[in-house]
Design a protein around this ligand. Structure first.
Ligand code: SF4
Length: 543
């Protein structure tokens, strides 16, 4: 082997690989130093990148990926590689989605801890002649980005329904959605309008008014209408969904702030108000309790569960103070209600929670999670976190980190605190955590939760899970399992709107992939799987 040190950037535009069909508009740049073996390795990496749609560029600024293929045979070659790595810092930090890969002799068979620590900007370390780590990393990044976008869109849609829900009618038509595509399989149904809790950071009580529960019969009728239009899953919505019915009994949470702000006396709970609410329902059913009885979310779940043609029920968002055993036992006992609870903690420190006026402590939240897990086997618990709330110190933030790493919840909806005009925190507190520190805390929780979600989801590998298939995305069927985890299924069968069983073949932090096993839809025309046997090799994966 000729060990003559050569230095070049990769300029092979291997047109035979990057066809117009698979070029994804993203570009790579490979810098190579060392022997001909390194040059050949770089050519192999180029070919692998082109197979997955990347094209070459000599211009660093145009590149989405830079690969440094290194040599340590001579000190000068090593020094050049180290210098190149240093010079790439501004390139790497300019755009968040750029990928920097270090390859070759500097990495060796396995990168040392010293190397990993020395170059935190490097995303992928590749041994000589090994393109796989980079290809896997890019595929995973693409999946993660897509999942994050799907989650973002769905969350935004949910918040829009939840935040803007007003009593504007008693039925929903989803026909207009069918014009631009197909009618949705899952739908949201508001059951409680407004909120009377008045957390200090939150604008909702001022914008949406005090809490008002919708009459039971009205909700049931609306869901029947949705089912007639093809909906199979409903998510019952409320700012504090498990306070459904409390307003009928005059129990208003910590609503004095809301009352004072609105300058209105709280009349809810009076016999007149109850009678008015009850009167809004269509086709009143005399068997249903009056608004003044102890009718709650558990009773509503039972009423909705009776609806024929409806297959799944979820509800959100819960508040730790109102999640009763009665509700949890109902989730456990009703087959249509999914094992999925969304219960925000917002912060881990008691003083911060007090400042937020949340009404519970760290210890109480931990006890609640224990209670939920005891009553509902295989439950998925999601939470919300705000980092950088007014006055939050590093020690207080650490309490949030600790509670999340101890409890290992399935998902965290994460936000950096920003004052909303008119809220108590905006008017009376100081937004004193610097933005850069909020970003750092946000990233720390993101990294922690990615590891936790990866670990939780790995437990599904090889298992057969129930998935309600909602639509198709990039040629794969997309749905959710009972724990609300995204599952992609590769199949040519017409699975949209079907309840199926899928065997999980791959898991990541934000989604899973599986193969179709069978259709379990409660319908006469079940879809049949092709009669082939597929053997899964799971031996190399820790389950
Ligand atoms: S954050 Fe607090 S005030 Fe805002 S909607 Fe939720 S419970 Fe109500």
């Amino acid at each position: 082997m000729n060990n003559e040190t050569i230095e070049l950037f990769h300029e092979l535009a291997t047109d035979q690989n990057t066809t117009p069909e698979n070029f994804n508009g993203r570009k790579y740049h490979i810098w190579t130093i060392g022997c001909q073996m390194n040059v050949a390795d770089s050519n192999h990496v180029a070919a692998e990148l082109e197979k997955i749609g990347y094209g070459p560029t000599e211009k660093l600024d145009e590149a989405d990926i830079v690969v440094l293929n290194t040599c340590v045979v001579r000190q000068t070659a090593e020094d050049k590689a180290i210098g190149k790595l240093g010079s790439l810092k501004p390139w790497k930090r300019k755009k968040a989605d750029r990928t920097l890969a270090l390859m070759g002799c500097m990495v060796g068979v396995k990168p040392s801890q010293q190397l990993l620590d020395a170059y935190p900007d490097v995303d992928v370390f590749m041994p000589p002649s090994e393109a796989t780590p980079l290809v896997n990393y890019l595929r995973q990044s693409e999946i993660d980005a897509e999942m994050a976008e799907i989650e973002r869109q769905q969350l935004a849609q949910r918040y829009q329904v939840q935040d803007e829900a007003q009593p504007i009618g008693t039925v929903q038509s989803i026909k207009h959605l069918a014009l631009s595509g197909e009618a949705p399989v899952a739908a949201h149904v508001p059951i409680v309008y407004g909120c009377s809790h008045a957390c200090t950071f939150c604008i909702i009580p001022f914008r949406r008014g005090v809490e008002r529960s919708r009459p039971v019969q009205e909700i049931v009728n609306e869901i029947r209408g949705l089912v007639a239009q093809g909906v199979r899953e409903v998510t019952l919505l409320g700012q504090i969904v498990d306070r459904y019915g409390y307003d009928w009994r005059g129990e208003m949470g910590n609503s004095r702030t809301v009352s004072a702000y609105q300058g209105a006396s709280l009349r809810l709970g009076s016999r007149e108000q109850g009678a008015r609410d009850k009167g809004q329902g269509e086709g009143e059913d005399s068997a249903l309790p009056t608004p003044h009885s102890a009718f709650d979310l558990a009773d509503l779940l039972r009423a909705v569960h009776e609806i024929e043609g409806l297959w799944r029920i979820r509800f959100l968002t819960s508040h730790p103070n109102y999640m009763t055993d009665r509700i949890l036992e109902t989730v456990r006992d009703l087959p249509k209600v999914c094992e999925h609870i969304e219960v925000p903690i917002q912060a881990g420190d008691d003083e911060v929670l007090e400042q937020m006026r949340r009404g519970y402590t760290n210890a109480e939240y931990r006890a609640l999670v224990q209670r939920i897990r005891t009553i509902i086997p295989k439950v998925a618990i999601h939470t919300d976190i705000i980092v950088g709330f007014c006055g939050e110190t590093m020690e207080q933030f650490q309490q949030t980190v600790d509670v999340l790493s101890d409890l290992k919840l399935d998902k965290v909806h994460l936000a950096r605190y920003s004052p909303r005009p008119g809220t108590v925190s905006e008017r009376r507190m100081v937004d004193d955590v610097p933005e850069v520190e909020k970003v750092r805390r946000h990233q720390a929780i993101e990294a922690l939760q990615e590891a936790v979600s990866t670990e939780i989801n790995q437990q599904f590998l090889g298992q057969t899970v129930e998935v309600l298939v909602e639509d198709q995305h990039k040629g794969k069927w997309r749905g959710r399992n009972r724990q609300n985890k995204l599952v992609f299924i590769e199949s040519d069968l017409p699975l949209r709107g079907r309840l199926v069983e899928a065997q999980i073949t791959w898991t990541g932090p934000w989604s899973m992939q599986g193969r179709f096993v069978r259709d379990v839809s409660p319908l006469p025309d079940r879809v049949e799987a092709p009669k082939t046997t597929i053997t899964l090799n799971l031996s190399s994966v820790a389950v």
